[in-house]
Design a protein around this ligand. Structure first.
Ligand SMILES: [Zn+2]
Length: 388
């Protein structure tokens, strides 16, 4: 069964200007746990004392989700993570010859030795620790180097190899696609006697993070990384709500409680300062609002005419709003919902006229506003008759 790793507290904090206070981190972890996310990446404990405390608190809270920490390929990072009590450790190290020679003054074999040492050390300290090794910028690095480093990591005790599209480079259907990458990496590792789980970490620089992740899933990836609101470095990564909804409704994965998503998004949006745009899928204000006249008419009869997703699944409601696109059917439908039954046909037309005028000024009319319009129309008519 596919596993989802949420990295809001780690990758998410790499968004410029985003930092969650520890009590907010705990509240986010709590909701992720209730939703049923498999792994929560809670932070990189060596970075600051506050992050160390947050990781330790979350790891000791008794959540069902597996709690993970991030770590460079150095022992002191691993020690800090183990002190915090995490059950999952994500270790990363680059494998590109250019970076190894230029930045670390090492060759690939020396790098693999360091990665293996650190993994062996971590496994010795905590034998049931799940270890993920990520060759940084995997998909743009030499495939041969990736296979060598991943093989070394798995032989040293790594359980998961993560394919990181660190720069959002991959595009489904082209020669650089996740489907082929997952298949090829798995085959090459198997040839070396290694059968780790495969994770996919997809950045959204071209808006293709979810498409790439699903491409990898189709090829048999075991773990998909995501964050709330898709936050992360630059354009971020896969959006958690989109991923969970697609896995649930299109792939028959029935282990997530999607009803908690709006509450989680509200919390993360408030404390990251990143607003949810009106048209954001699943969570945005307009995600389940029908507006155009023909849509309203058809959706009122059978919502599936214009919806591929039932709003109740994510604890939301279908809404109808009225504007310059509305027709008389929309008005009749709104009046029916509001239980306003005493209007003459010409009064209904007057309401439509008013709604269209407001719509042309660039605003939509919510249902709650309709009784006010009715009142105003009735009153002006009465007044007109009296003065006449
Ligand atoms: Zn990332």
């Amino acid at each position: 069964m596919i596993q989802v790793l949420d990295a809001t507290l780690r990758e998410g904090e790499q968004t410029p200007g985003v930092y969650f206070d520890n009590h907010i981190k705990l509240a986010i972890a709590n909701l992720l746990d209730q939703i049923g996310v498999d792994i929560i990446e809670s932070g990189h404990p060596i970075v600051t004392a506050e992050i160390y405390d947050a990781v330790k608190t979350i790891a000791n809270k008794g959540f069902n989700s597996t709690i993970g920490a991030h770590s460079r390929s150095v022992k002191k990072d691993v020690e800090a993570a183990l002190e915090c009590g995490v059950d999952f450790l994500g270790i990363f190290y680059c494998v590109s010859d250019e970076r190894l020679n230029g930045v670390f003054k090492k060759d690939l074999n020396q790098a693999i030795e360091q990665i293996s040492d650190v993994i062996q050390f971590a496994k010795k300290e905590k034998p049931n620790l799940i270890i993920r090794y990520t060759p940084e910028d995997t998909v743009r690095s030499s495939f041969e180097n990736v296979v060598k480093a991943a093989t070394g990591a798995v032989k040293a005790g790594a359980d998961v190899i993560s394919i990181a599209d660190t720069t959002g480079f991959m595009v489904p259907g082209t020669k650089n696609n996740f489907y082929d990458y997952v298949i090829n990496l798995r085959a090459a590792l198997k040839e070396n006697g290694c059968e780790p789980k495969i994770a996919v970490h997809c950045h959204n620089d071209k808006g293709l993070a979810l498409a790439n992740a699903l491409d990898g899933y189709r090829a048999g990836a075991d773990i998909i990384d995501a964050t709330v609101l898709g936050i992360g470095e630059r354009a971020g990564i896969v959006d958690l709500a989109e991923l969970l909804v697609v896995l649930t409704t299109n792939f028959g994965v029935e282990k997530f409680d999607l009803a908690k998503l709006p509450e989680l998004y509200k919390l993360v949006s408030k404390h990251s300062g990143i607003p949810v745009s009106q048209n954001y899928p699943i969570i945005g204000e307009n995600a389940f609002t029908h507006c155009a006249g023909v849509h309203t008419h058809a959706a009122a009869k059978n919502p599936m005419h214009y919806e591929s997703l039932n709003p109740e699944l994510v604890n939301r409601e279908r809404k109808f709003s009225l504007d310059h696109m509305s027709g008389i059917a929309s008005i009749k439908f709104a009046l029916k919902i509001l239980d306003i039954t005493d209007l003459l046909p010409e009064e209904e037309l007057q309401i439509l006229e008013e709604v269209k005028k407001i719509g042309q000024r660039g605003r939509t009319v919510e249902l709650s506003e309709i009784p006010l319009i009715v009142d105003s129309i009735k009153h002006s008519k009465h007044f007109y008759k009296k003065t006449k």
